[in-house]
Every structure is written in structure tokens, then in C-alpha cells.
Design a protein around this ligand. Structure first.
Ligand code: GLY
Length: 336
């Protein structure tokens, strides 16, 4: 009898403990729609409303998935698809123009649970580059595919395609023409460096999420920089620079002047400071964006969520389209 009681007690104890271990954490999600010289005086109340509503709708999509027990990967992918389809942002529809008057899109996604990642650069006809990045991760033995090869891979795997001018918007066209005009007036412009991104606005989109099982994911998608040429690729599709996720540490998505984010391996630098050093998410984000990047002249920001659900939205530019949500809490902002 005594022995039976012992086994019953042991069973109950183990069961309760296991239940506690698999107890759900809270979800957390953060998004950005790009960092840059976003000034309130240059934005109409109507435009501001449009941006705020788009950011809120994006958070609605992500929160619904996470609340219902969906994965961080699903939330990140679906939020970014929404932002890519929205012409307000420099990703997918609404992407900036290259020097030739076309669009070349970059995207990446990383699953913190498996450390798997997928990325694409310079794609022109895939409607949602983030879908292609996920497909590269899940259906190819590779991590990073570019240009025509990446498109062929997407097409044979059934992704939606569009003609390149489907990504056109009047606003981005005007910005590109302004950059061309400025370039034409200046012989230095012939080097093709000075008038890249003449409007000092970026506009990449990104999402990071922590799901109820405690898994992290990050994704980033971008049209890159206005007037870019020579097959220029930014940080958005570079795992470790624009995007990184590692369960137990954090998930990061960056926005800003890509060259600085590539040289400083920003997304992984944040992870490393937390993993190998003693920095908290807030300390690591601040040191990278406000100290290291700023001292080098690198404009931009990042969004990050750590394994405990802490969120950082950090930028050294004038503004950043951004938002975050946790159960019962939400904030969406554009300016400082
Ligand atoms: N951060 C986006 C780019 O530089 O292309």
C-alpha cells in the first residue's frame, strides 16, 4: 500500500512539474516600416493616419496568429506579406526605384527554434519576396539565392509573380527622378554614390516575434535604396546583418543605411553581446545603434524581442515607423 502511494505521489509530482515546464509564456511582437528622416512637419495628418492604421493592421495580423497559438515564423511571414503588399512601405509594392527605373527586392527570414534561415536578393518579379525567402529555407538546401535563379526557384515552387512595374508607385517614382536630376547636375554623381537614396528615407519592413511556446523568429524585406545600381544588395537579406533569431536569446530585424549594418553585422552583434557578454536587450540595442553605428555615421534602427518577451525599438534617425504588442498592451509610433 505504502509503495503504491509512493508511485502515485511520484506520478502526480512529475505530471505537475511537466505541466509547469510546458506552461505557455506570453507572446510578444514588434514591427518596423523603416527608419529615416521622417519629419512630422513634412507629413500630412491624413498620411500619418494611413501609416498608423497600416502599422496597427500589421500588428492585428501578428497578434491574432500568436494569440491562437500560431508560430513566431507564421506571424513574422504574414505580417511582412501585409507590409509588402502595402504601397506605403519600401518593400514589395511601393519599393524604391533603381537607377534603371526598376525594382530589385531583398528579403530574409530566420527561425530561432531551428537556426534555419532563408534569404533572397535582387528579385524582380516575385510578388512577396518574404515568401520566397521562407521557401528557400524550407525547400532548398541553401540559405541565400539571388536574382533570376531565386525567381526560377520561386516560380517552380508555385509562388505568385507580377511584372516588375507592378511595384511602381508615383511617390517612389518622384523620389527617383529627383535623385537622377540631382545626380545629373553634379559630376561627382557619375560615380553613382552620392545620390543613392537622395531622400534620406529608408523604409524597409521587418517583424520579430516570440510565440506562446517560447520560440523566436525574425524577418526583414526591402526595396533597398533609391537609385541603387550595379546589383547593390543591402543588409535586409543578409543573415546576421539585417536579420537574426536564436531561441533563448533574441530575434532582431534592422532598418537603415544597409552598408553600415552589413559592415557591423548588427543583428548578430546584438545576439553576441547578450549571449557571450552580459548585456541586456536594452543595453545591447542602445550600444549598437546609439554608440557604435552613430559614431560611424550609420543611420537607422532595429527592433528586437528577447526570450523573456522584452521588446526594444531603437533608432538614431529622426523617426522610425514602428509598433509592438503583448497581451493587452500595444504601442504604435512614427516620430521620436
Ligand atoms: N536597410 C535596407 C537597405 O539598406 O537596403
Amino acid at each position: 500500500m505504502k509503495t503504491n502511494l509512493y508511485w502515485i505521489f511520484l506520478f502526480l509530482f512529475t505530471f505537475i512539474n511537466c505541466k509547469q515546464e510546458s506552461k505557455h509564456k506570453d507572446y510578444a511582437i514588434a514591427i518596423h516600416g523603416g527608419a529615416g528622416a521622417i519629419l512630422r512637419k513634412e507629413m500630412s495628418a491624413e498620411k500619418e493616419k494611413e501609416y498608423m492604421s497600416a502599422l496597427n493592421n500589421a500588428l492585428d495580423i501578428g497578434e491574432k496568429i500568436l494569440k491562437e497559438g500560431g508560430t513566431a515564423m507564421k506571424a513574422v511571414e504574414q505580417v511582412i506579406i501585409f507590409l509588402e503588399d502595402n504601397p506605403l512601405f519600401n518593400a514589395g509594392k511601393g519599393a524604391v526605384f533603381t537607377n534603371k527605373g526598376e525594382h530589385e527586392l531583398d528579403a530574409s527570414i530566420m527561425d530561432g527554434q531551428t537556426a534555419q534561415a532563408g534569404a533572397v536578393g535582387g528579385v524582380r518579379v516575385i510578388k512577396n519576396p518574404i515568401r520566397l525567402a521562407r521557401l528557400v529555407m524550407e525547400k532548398s538546401p541553401h540559405v541565400f539565392l539571388i536574382a533570376r535563379g531565386a525567381e526560377t526557384f520561386g516560380i517552380v515552387n508555385g509562388l505568385d509573380t507580377v511584372s516588375n512595374d507592378w511595384f511602381d508607385t508615383e511617390f517612389r517614382k518622384k523620389t527617383w527622378i529627383k535623385a537622377l536630376e540631382a545626380e545629373a547636375k553634379d559630376s561627382l554623381g557619375k560615380l553613382g554614390m552620392k545620390y543613392v537614396n537622395a531622400d534620406s528615407k529608408f523604409g524597409t519592413v521587418g517583424c520579430v516575434a516570440l510565440d506562446l511556446k517560447g520560440h523566436l523568429a525574425a524577418g526583414t524585406s526591402s526595396g533597398g535604396m533609391t537609385n541603387k545600381r550595379w546589383g547593390r544588395i543591402g543588409d535586409a537579406p543578409i543573415i546576421g546583418a539585417g536579420t537574426y533569431a536564436e531561441d533563448g536569446v533574441a530575434a532582431v530585424s534592422c532598418t537603415g543605411h544597409g552598408e553600415y549594418f552589413i559592415r557591423n553585422v548588427v543583428a548578430y552583434d546584438l545576439i553576441a553581446r547578450m549571449k557571450y557578454g552580459t548585456a541586456t536587450l536594452a543595453q545591447a540595442s542602445h550600444e549598437i545603434i546609439h554608440e557604435k553605428l552613430k559614431s560611424l555615421g550609420g543611420d537607422g534602427g532595429l527592433i528586437a524581442v528577447d526570450h523573456a518577451g522584452n521588446i526594444e525599438l531603437c533608432f538614431n534617425s529622426i523617426g522610425m515607423y514602428r509598433g509592438w504588442a503583448k497581451a493587452g498592451k500595444r504601442e504604435v509610433k512614427i516620430f521620436k
